[in-house]
Design a binder for this molecule. Sequence first.
Ligand code: AMP
Length: 111
Amino acid sequence: MIYNDQNVFAKILRKEIPCEKILENNFILSFNDISPKAKIHVLVIPKSPYIDVYDFNKNAPKEEVTGFWNGVNETIEKLQIENNGFQLKIHKGETGGQEVFHFHVHILSND
Ligand code: AMP
């Protein structure tokens, strides 16, 4: 599989479609999920094009991996849920529940 830059998150990164932004820096963009499955449901995506978590882990330079996970924590702090309970979810592949083929982490919290 090769990365398809017509996926919805690539379009959000290019500002072709809007999002409810939580945080943006050199490495990540985080925004509200359009169809929330918890009181807080935020997606964090890397700015670089990776299809899924396996592609990201295998091919992203260390700086991007660190930048991504720092971005997840910064988003958690922006949401002010760092002392609450939350889930991080990653779907990989169609049979793993992945619908959008640009790597992303779901942050879910009902606290
Ligand atoms: P996944 O099933 O892990 O690929 O998750 C894809 C997520 O993207 C789903 O939870 C969708 O609700 C969400 N989603 C799809 N389109 C948009 C959009 N335009 N803006 C925000 N979230 C979206």
